[in-house]
Structure formats: structure tokens, C-alpha cells
Write a protein of this length. Structure first.
Length: 253
């Protein structure tokens, strides 16, 4: 049996005020009578996540997905648990499933952007965060996701300290049976170019450096010296030229 709306609002209020233990106490009491309530299992996963018990959160969210496998909130909760436990590639796949189920909603895109940041894919995270802002410009969480994506994009490739040569990094394999989302989300996930943020060299020079070849440096452009009217040679430059312009050709060494 599903919990009454008033009871769910009570769980939400307890979690939003930082009291996950109290929320869990009431959620467990409800699950003792209704162990297959998928919504209560999702609230339990959220409470465990807020309390920092990631193993219990994963158990609860997977139990809810066993009852309702295409629930968008459960997929976002699973993505958050996987990301916080260091399984970045699986977290991105779960967040993509949430986008597939719910469409390009702000909440699903924010979750996907956070997982892409954790997977160290800054350009894809930034593109998805921009889509979240476009879907709901007034969403404060979308604004925060965009700010975090810009901050992560400008971080040096080597973390703290000096900036290292970015190079090419192997992308984690895509989970079998999972297709990249279509449309703008798929375009944001489609490319992660070699010339990462912070490296201001042209892409062609960067590719040549990665291939081991030498990059030709174009000499600086200089304005040609034109002869004045009458066919006389242009005056020489440098200290000697300045002396001749002031005192004529008879002076100097």
C-alpha cells in the first residue's frame, strides 16, 4: 500500500531540514507493513543517501527499481549512489537512462551533468548543464549545475599544481544495450575533443603534437618597407639610421 500524501510530505520536510534519521524511522515503520511500496523505498534511499550510508541507499533504490524499473527519480538516485561510490561510467549510464525515461527535464539533465563532472568529462558536463538551463531558466539547481560545470571546465588537467599536457584519455566503455540519447543531449555527449579547456593552442597544432610530429611555427608578419617617391632607397633602421635622418649622410662612422 502506498503511503498517504501527508506522510510523504512529512518525510520530505524531515529530509530538507537535515533529519534523515527521523525520516528513516518513520519510513521503516511504513515499509514493515508495505515492503513493496516503491515510492517509500525511494524515500528510504534518499534518506540513506543524506545520512551517508551508500550501501543501504543502493539496496533500497535497487529494490524500488525491481518494482518500477522505469522510474526517473529512482534512476537519478541510483546515478548519485554510483557516482559517490566511484563507479563513474555506470553512473553516467544510469543518468542517461533517467533522461531517456523522463525526457530532457531539468532534474534529469542536472543529474547527468553531475555524473559527467564526476567522470571527468568537463565539456560534455557543460553542454548538458546548458541544456538544463534552457529547459528551465528559473531553476536554481540548473544555475548551480552550470556554474559547477564552468568551474570544472577551467580546472587544470592535472588537478592542483602546474598545468599538465592534456593528451588523449581513454573513454570508459559504454554499457551494453545502452544507446546514446538522441538530439541535443546526444550531441553534448558525442564529442570530447583533444584540445581540452585551458589549452589555447589551435586544434591542428594539438593533433600534430599528439601524433608526435613537429608543429611548424609561422614567422611574425612584418610590414614591407616601401621606397619613397623618386626611387631613393628607404632609410636604414636602427641607431645608424636615426643618426643619418637627423644629421645627414656625412656624419657618423
Amino acid at each position: 500500500m502506498t503511503a498517504a500524501p501527508g506522510r510523504r510530505r512529512q518525510w520530505q520536510a524531515l529530509l530538507e531540514t537535515g533529519r534523515p534519521a527521523e525520516a528513516l524511522h518513520d519510513i521503516r515503520a511504513h515499509l514493515a507493513d508495505s515492503p513493496d511500496d516503491a515510492d517509500a523505498l525511494r524515500w528510504a534511499a534518499r534518506a540513506h543517501l543524506d545520512a551517508g550510508d551508500l550501501a543501504a541507499a543502493e539496496t533500497a533504490v535497487r529494490a524500488s527499481l525491481a518494482v518500477e524499473p522505469d522510474d526517473e527519480w529512482a534512476l537519478r538516485l541510483l546515478a548519485a549512489v554510483l557516482s559517490r561510490t566511484g563507479r563513474a561510467a555506470q553512473a553516467v549510464a544510469a543518468a542517461q537512462d533517467a533522461v531517456r525515461v523522463a525526457g530532457a527535464t531539468a532534474a534529469a539533465l542536472i543529474s547527468l551533468s553531475a555524473c559527467l563532472r564526476a567522470a571527468d568529462r568537463p565539456l560534455s558536463a557543460l553542454g548538458v548543464a546548458k541544456l538544463a538551463i534552457a529547459s528551465d531558466p528559473d531553476d536554481a539547481d540548473a544555475v548551480l549545475a552550470l556554474a559547477l560545470a564552468y568551474r570544472h571546465r577551467r580546472r587544470p588537467a592535472g588537478g592542483r599544481g602546474h598545468r599538465q599536457h592534456p593528451g588523449r584519455r581513454a573513454r570508459p566503455p559504454r554499457r551494453a544495450g545502452t544507446a546514446r540519447p538522441a538530439g541535443p543531449v546526444g550531441q553534448s555527449l558525442g564529442t570530447e575533443p583533444a584540445d581540452r579547456a585551458g589549452d589555447r593552442r589551435p586544434a591542428g597544432a594539438h593533433r600534430a603534437a599528439l601524433a608526435g610530429g613537429r608543429v611548424a611555427v609561422r614567422p611574425p608578419h612584418r610590414r614591407p618597407r616601401l621606397a619613397p617617391a623618386g626611387g631613393a632607397a628607404p632609410p636604414p633602421r636602427g641607431r645608424r639610421g636615426r643618426f643619418r635622418r637627423r644629421h645627414g649622410d656625412g656624419g657618423g662612422r
